[in-house]
Design a protein around this ligand. Structure first.
Ligand code: ADP
Length: 529
């Protein structure tokens, strides 16, 4: 039913945009003519005219591209927008605009940069409901989760607004009498920022907040599935008075992404690449950035272990597991991907986890009250979950609950729990990025750590235990960048986010995040006698 909406809404909107009639407000509700249920969901999605943008944002102005690409609601398949498909030419123009704005922006006193970031934050809060609806429309996550993402996203602008004033240098005691040795911290320059679809807003502000606070200017290439949130942020940046050229956005289709990515990674005017996405794409960008030796930050895939020791409080472990696994339908890089449960507590944990999944989780459209599980982002994602389950079951795993596509619609999948899982199964070897919890039974702490640390990635890791000595041992020995002890959710703006091994390079958020956008310059001040 939703597919019928696409031609009418997109054409009406496109016509308005191509005739240059100001902001692309929808001239006619795109849900007109739909069945009542779909209409109410559509109406909920599309109430935010001024934030509803479809063109690129370069040098402080909205720019068209030679082509457009469709953005769809993953819950219904309905086309939400036709967005400018920026290519190499638009990317180059954006880099130039960012470069030209750089000198003036870095000279703005840190306090004033902070004031502008704070204004941007305040505008996000004022528009939080519309921004959240935009996320649910293009990403599919439940509206309540989208609202949480907007607060989290805005909090990065607030945090870095404050951090801008705390970029301290050093004076080093000199070994020579006639010298003073100084350390200055300076912005790296233009930062190219490539972001994923699973947090369409927060993955942008976590990088951009730090970059702008440091005095860098940015070119953002958002994910093709979710460019609308990035463009809405541009509208608010503009309203906040962020100067032209400081925040640029070049949306593009998946087909254009490699060429645009290559331009960003090789253009000598770009000083820094910051990427969040898959390890495979991160490696491509790293190779491309090598020729011009750019600074890089990489926040890549995870494969988080969630260990439940015999000493754990089983009910708390189940709540932690539910939150850590099924948030965003399992589509976050810190979602638990492997459950390792000790022999003595195993059966109780599996039974209570299954009960909680059935009782607490509800699959549906993200705009429906009570939905906890929206759609997966696309069919490819659904196929991967299916492939992991088929492989595990063919090797002897048991489906405790779920296990198949959900009758609600094409991109929906049942929250699934598997037991009797072994380390030879695909789901324990790579990230599923979907609502699948595979449980492996183990005997000893050593064995659990060996399994957990066998991955070539290491982003987040979680464990539940009430034994203080074990807590220290395991927290220290887990090969990950972030550890949740008796906690299933650990992200916070003031804490460092990032991984070890092939999960990436660098840290985001916290007092450390700003360092990714700063150079250290040593000044040897001589001839002082
Ligand atoms: P996913 O497969 O989940 O979309 P990706 O890592 O491929 O994860 O995508 C994350 C981001 O990287 C998106 O913005 C996407 O467009 C971008 N991307 C994908 N491939 C490339 C590439 N070759 N060069 C630059 N960006 C890319």
């Amino acid at each position: 039913m939703a597919a019928r909406l696409a031609p009418r809404s997109s054409r009406a909107w496109l016509t308005a945009v191509s005739r240059g009639r100001g902001p692309p407000l929808l001239p006619r509700p795109p849900w007109a003519g739909l069945l009542p249920a779909a209409r109410s969901l559509g109406a909920a999605a599309m109430s935010s005219g001024p934030l509803w943008r479809s063109e690129g944002f370069v040098g402080g102005g909205w720019v068209k591209a030679p082509a457009v690409f469709p953005v769809r609601n993953p819950a219904t398949g309905a086309e939400l927008a036709q967005v400018a498909d920026c290519g190499v030419a638009e990317a180059r123009a954006a880099v130039r605009a960012a470069y030209e704005a750089g000198a003036a922006w870095s000279a703005v006193p840190a306090k004033e940069r902070g004031v502008l970031l704070r204004k941007w934050h305040n505008l996000m809060i004022e528009n939080k409901d519309d921004l959240a609806k935009l996320i649910t429309a293009e990403n599919g996550k439940p509206l309540r989760e989208a609202q949480g993402e907007i607060l989290y996203s805005a909090a990065f602008l607030e945090w870095f607004a404050e951090e801008a004033r705390r970029i301290y240098g050093d004076i080093i005691p000199s070994s020579a009498k006639d010298r003073k040795s100084l350390v200055l911290k300076q912005p790296v320059g233009v930062a190219a920022i490539i972001t994923p679809w699973n947090f369409p807003s927060a993955m942008i502000t976590r990088k951009v907040g730090a970059a702008l606070a440091a005095g860098c200017t940015v070119v953002v290439k958002p994910a093709e599935d979710t460019p609308l949130s990035a463009l809405a942020l541009a509208e608010l940046a503009n309203q906040a008075g962020i100067p032209a050229g400081v925040y640029n956005v070049i949306p593009c289709s998946r087909q254009q992404a490699p060429a645009v990515g290559e331009l960003l990674c090789t253009d000598p005017l770009v000083a820094k690449i910051s990427f969040t996405g898959s390890t495979a794409t991160g490696k491509i960008l790293l190779r491309q950035a090598a020729d011009t030796v750019k600074r890089v930050s990489m926040e890549l895939g995870g494969h988080a272990p969630f260990i439940v020791f015999d000493s754990a409080d089983v009910d708390k472990a189940v709540s932690g597991a539910l939150a850590s696994k099924y948030r965003n339908s399992g589509q976050t890089c810190v979602c638990s991907n492997r459950f390792l449960v000790q022999k003595g507590i195993h059966d109780a944990f599996v039974e209570k986890f299954a009960q909680a999944i059935k009782k607490e989780l509800r699959v549906g459209n993200g705009f429906e009250e009570g939905t906890t599980q929206g759609p997966l982002i696309n069919e490819k994602a659904v196929e991967k979950v299916e492939r992991h389950i088929d492989d595990a079951v063919s090797q002897g795993a048991s489906v405790v609950t779920g296990g198949k596509r959900h009758s609600y619609g094409k991109n929906f999948f049942e929250p699934t729990l598997l037991s009797n899982v072994t380390t030879s199964m695909l789901c324990t070897q790579e990230e599923t990025f979907g609502p699948l919890a595979p449980v492996i039974k183990f005997n000893t702490e050593e064995e659990a750590l060996a399994i957990a640390n066998s991955a070539n990635v290491g982003l987040a890791g979680y464990f539940f235990s009430r034994d203080p000595a074990q807590i220290w041992r395991v927290a220290e020995r887990l090969e990950v960048g972030m550890v949740g002890v008796n906690e299933g959710l650990l992200s916070a703006v003031e804490c460092p986010f990032g991984g070890v091994k092939q999960s990436g390079l660098g840290r985001e958020g916290s007092k450390y995040g700003i360092d990714e956008y700063l150079e250290i310059k040593y000044v040897c001040f001589g001839g002082l006698q």
